[in-house]
Each structure stands twice: as C-alpha cells, then as structure tokens.
Design a protein. Structure first.
Length: 412
C-alpha cells in the first residue's frame, strides 16, 4: 500500500504511515516528540497514528505530507518554520478601580485588627494578576485566604515569640533567631512553591521544583562566607540565587532556563564595590581629622552615591539582567527598564503619596506596575498554547507569610 511521510513543522520529526489509514484533511494531530499541536494541510493526505490527539492550534503551521510512493510529484518542500513573534505584557487596570480595592482592604484591616489581611492580600493580587495580560491572555491568582490566614498566624506566633524573648532573655532570643536562620532556605522554597502553584496563565499553573540541598547552599552556606571575603563574593551569591529561583521554576511542564553568568552580576555590582571602600576610607579620614568639614563632606558624597546605586541602580539592573537572561521553551524574555525613568517615577510617587497622606498610594502602585510591564516582552516562535499542564499538590502558606513578614519578596 502507498505510504506518505508526515513531518512536524516545529521539530521536523517525520514518520511514514500507510496512506489509507489517514483521516480527512484538517484533523489536528500532536507531535509525539515536541508535543506541538497542528492541523493537517488541506488537500494533502495526512496521518494520525501515534501522533493523533486533540488540542488547540499553536500557530506552528500545517503538517507536510509527501505523495504516495510511485506517484509523480515535484521535489518535496521542507516544512515551514513557525514565524517569530514578540509577545508583550500590558496592564489594563487603572488607579480608580484599584482605589476601590485598596480602600476596602485598608478599612477592613483596621476594623478586624489585621485579621482581614489574608483576604486583602488575595483581593489585591487577583486584581493585579487579572489585569496583567501576556499575548492578550490574563493571569490569575488562586490562593485560598484561609490557608494564608493559617500561615499568617504561624508567622505572627514565631515573631511574637522572638519579640517576647528578646525582652526577657536576649540569649533565648538569639537561639530563636538562629532557628529561623536555619529554616530560612526551606522558607524560601516553600514560599516559592506556594506562590507559583497558585498562579496561572491560560488555565495552566506555574510550578517550582524543590531542591533543598541547593537552597541551603545558596541561601545559607554561601552567605556565611561574606565576612571572610569582605563582601566580594556577594555578586556571585546573587547570581546563584537568581539561577536557582529561575531554573527550578516552570510553566506547566516546561521549565524556565537562565543564561546569565557570574561575570554579568559582577559588572552590575562593580560601582558599589568601588564606592564602598572610598566611603569607608573617607569616614576614617574624617575621624582622624576630628570631624573636619572637608572630610565630612568628602565622606558624604561616596556614601550618598553608594546608597543611590544600591537602592535604585542595582535593583533595576538586576531586574533587566534576570528577565533578559530567562527563557521558556522557544521564547526568550527581554526587559529594558531605564534608570532615569524609574528615578522620576519613585520621586514623583513619593511626593504624591506624602502630599495626599497616602490617598494616592493606589495611583502610585498602578503607575509603577504599568511602566514595568510595558518594558518586558518575550520573543520566539509561536505562542504558549502547546505547553501542557502539570499535576501539582497543595502546599501550605506559612513559609510565604514568614517571608513577607521579614521583608523578602518571595512571590512571582
């Protein structure tokens, strides 16, 4: 019986099948290698066999089929490659809508003495997630406020114990703090799992693979070397932490990849590594000269520059580097935040919030988020439609609340 060759337009996998076994043109098939879903080309014989399946068209093109053996035909054309696309983020919310969410959350927190905080947190994240679109599809946040309340109570109990013991016996308080430092890498991992598993896009959950050995290495053991290296190892620690958080994350069954190097992080921290010794030297000089005005002025300049660099430049550069070094499947992300733009946004937001006694805080939050999202994109072939979901179990919220209470942003 004549046979035809079915080729995947994405990974070029091909397989010969009997011509009589093929369904009509237009049937959607799934590649058994790359799992891409595509329709068979109209007017051509096509095959399903092991690759037949149901799914949405991922934009990858149509299947290429060869004519039966022995039949006259021209030279076979190579299967078309998916067109390159740039997927963009956008934010559709506005300050007026978010003000309604913010003011209700604030009043209910006051009335309930803070017990409404988990519900306020979920409402706020659902508003921001639901109004954040990637390629026209919104995100969603699915966390249960009751689970967050339990975690909030555990975190409050822990830090209440530390506060109480610090007033009664500093030695016991030090022991409590050491216990927390010992479990901090575990807190980071569990917090990341909780946030990502409760975040979705196109009804597909994000995920995080727990690697506790590596977590203790990058969030505890490496940090113990900071005093012995005079902080020179700090950029390398940042690099290992970012790589750990990115490469253990996934969208459905597709893992993220991180492409930056330690040298990229050292280039970001280089101005700070130069200014800090200058500032310390200037302070020592001021003390030696017993508070001379020139020495004090000389010490204030490098310290102010170091603060500005560490508070604005380094976080901005790290965000650009992290996003631009991250890929998901065939898509590579990019980020182009500009320092001067963020300086103006931070300064004007601070003036607006202080001048209105906090009433313009929702406007400031929406303004900052919109700017960040407008400067992030993803370039690659096709879309995210062909990514398959993964089965994930539930995880508690206590580690995430511990991370929030000590000031670490461990969320998505």
């Amino acid at each position: 019986m004549p046979s035809v060759t079915l080729a995947c337009p994405v990974c070029n996998f091909s397989k010969e099948m009997d011509a009589g076994a093929f369904p009509p043109p237009g049937t959607k098939v799934t590649c058994p290698v790359c799992k891409s879903v595509f329709p068979l080309q109209a007017g051509a014989a096509a095959g399903s066999g092991e690759g037949e399946g149901e799914g949405e068209d991922s934009g990858g093109g149509a299947a290429a089929a060869a004519p039966p053996r022995g039949a006259s035909a021209g030279p076979a054309e190579p299967p078309p490659r998916p067109a390159q696309r740039t997927l963009t983020f956008c934010f559709t919310g506005n300050a007026r809508e978010y003000f309604g969410v913010w003011i209700v959350n604030t009043l209910l927190r006051i009335v309930t003495l803070g017990l409404y905080s988990p519900w306020a947190k979920v409402r706020r994240r659902r508003y921001f997630y639901g109004n954040t679109l990637l390629d026209g599809a919104p995100f969603d946040y699915l966390a249960d406020p009751w689970a967050i309340l339990k975690g909030w109570l555990v975190a409050g109990l822990f830090f209440g114990t530390y506060s109480l013991t610090s007033r009664i016996n500093p030695l016991i308080a030090s022991g409590v703090l050491l216990v927390f430092l010992g479990v901090f890498p575990w807190v980071v991992v569990r917090s990341r799992i909780f946030n990502l598993r409760n975040s979705t896009h196109r009804n597909i959950r994000f995920g995080f693979r727990p690697d506790y050995r590596e977590a203790y290495r990058v969030f505890l053991w490496w940090q113990l070397l900071l005093p012995f290296t005079l902080g020179i190892i700090a950029p390398y620690i940042f690099y290992r932490q970012r790589r750990f958080l990115v490469e253990n994350s996934s969208y459905g069954t597709t893992p993220f990849r991180f492409h930056a190097s330690a040298g990229d992080f050292y280039r970001i921290f280089l101005p700070l590594l130069v200014l800090l010794p200058l500032g310390i030297g200037a302070i020592a000089c001021a003390g030696f000269l017993k508070g001379g005005k020139v020495a004090l002025a000389a010490s204030a300049l490098p310290i102010s520059l170091a603060y500005l660099i560490s508070a604005v430049y380094i976080p901005t550069a790290l965000t650009n580097l992290t996003w631009s070094s991250t890929s998901l499947g065939r898509h590579r992300f990019s980020c182009s935040l500009r320092l001067r733009d963020l300086l103006w946004i931070y300064l004007s937001n601070a003036v607006a919030v202080l001048g209105t006694l906090g009433l313009l805080a929702p406007w400031a939050a929406v303004r900052l988020l919109r700017y960040r999202l407008e400067h992030i994109g993803a370039s690659g072939a096709g879309g995210f439609d062909a990514i398959m979901a993964a089965n994930e179990g539930a995880v508690g919220a206590a580690p995430e609340e511990l991370g929030d209470m000590i000031g670490f942003d461990l969320g998505l």
